[in-house]
Design a binder for this molecule. Structure first.
Ligand code: SF4
Length: 319
């Protein structure tokens, strides 16, 4: 799975990598100031107090202050070590965390204290758990619903080894958005992902969610810059739409460190604009593509775009 788990550095880190020749090029449009300030400090205090991790912080996501300012945050459940090893991803691979039964309640309390309007919950892949962590996801959705009535909840789940019961367990908690990332195009999957991941399995998980919960927004994301062609991105959009996905995000892959795959290309802004236009024309009701777009970037907007389909039409026409 993952929240573009490759994005574990902020732009200033990339400048250092660039200088040490780890990353071959770093165009101007990938630079972004690293924000700090009141909302950041206040959020960090709450997270520290409750012993929680957010992808926003763990990944040092450059969108952090913007998202937190929009009252959106992405919480990481089930520890920080993954049982898989994708070649673009820099998450840890040590011993997996013991499940903390009170973690769902702590996440809900954080959402309440922070006054979040849209909460995203995700996790590393936990092949060591019989249900892959599905019940923990469901409990977290339930706890957020109980503590914060009216808050929208988005899950970004691993593939659960394709296990239908796990997908059903998560959907039974009625998340507003069910997300699972396809990550890259079909041709690059074998090289980019852990052997236990598969393009077709991810498509099947998304299809299952769309079939089982037609009222739920089904969302996926992929990285650009791993060596894919624009045609392959378009084909992936087609596969996602055929599976029932209605929301899609595309962002620039940034090499997290020297051990991960290098960036094959920095995708120009015009190509990202094309991706958005294509996605809307293919029937997605939410599409966001750009260098800094991540799985949960402007996650709350999924909702408003579904409620305002005229934006989709305008975007499809390139307006
Ligand atoms: S499954 Fe792959 S992409 Fe997802 S967290 Fe694990 S190693 Fe990273």
């Amino acid at each position: 799975m993952r929240y573009f788990a490759s994005h574990f550095l902020q732009p200033t880190d990339y400048l250092l990598l660039y200088e040490s020749h780890m990353v071959s090029q770093f165009p101007d449009w990938i630079r972004r100031p690293w924000a700090s300030g009141g909302v950041m400090a206040a959020t960090q205090d709450v997270l520290k107090d409750l012993g929680l991790h957010t992808v926003c912080r763990s990944a040092r996501c450059p969108n952090q202050s913007e998202c937190w300012g929009r009252r959106t945050a992405t919480f990481m459940l089930l520890g920080e070590n993954c049982t898989r090893n994708c070649t673009f991803c820099a998450v840890g691979h040590g011993p997996t965390a013991v499940i903390e039964p009170d973690e769902p309640v702590r996440v809900a309390e954080a959402a309440r204290r922070l006054g979040l309007a849209h909460v995203v919950v995700t996790s590393v892949t936990r092949d060591d758990l019989p249900d892959g962590g599905a019940a923990h996801f469901a409990m977290t959705v339930g706890a957020i619903r109980a503590a914060c009535p009216g808050v929208r909840v988005e899950v970004l789940v691993p593939d659960f080894r394709g296990d239908e019961a796990s997908v059903r367990t998560v959907l039974a908690s009625s998340p507003d958005v069910f997300g699972h990332n396809i990550e890259t195009v079909a041709r690059l999957h074998p090289a980019a992902r852990d052997p236990r991941c598969s393009y077709m399995r991810s498509i099947a998980v998304l299809r299952l969610a769309a079939d089982l919960a037609p009222e739920t927004i089904v969302k996926s994301s992929l990285m650009a810059g791993l060596g894919e062609s624009e045609l392959e991105v378009r084909q992936t959009f087609g596969d996602l739409r055929a599976a029932g996905c209605t929301a899609v995000c595309v962002g620039q892959y940034l090499q997290p460190g020297p051990r991960q795959r290098p960036v094959e290309q920095f995708v120009p802004i015009e190509a990202f604009k094309r991706y958005e236009t294509w996605a809307y024309a293919m029937g997605f009701s939410f599409a966001m593509a750009g260098p800094f777009v991540r799985s949960s970037y402007h996650a709350d907007q999924v909702w408003t775009d579904h409620a305002a389909p005229e934006r989709s039409v305008a975007a499809a026409r390139g307006i």
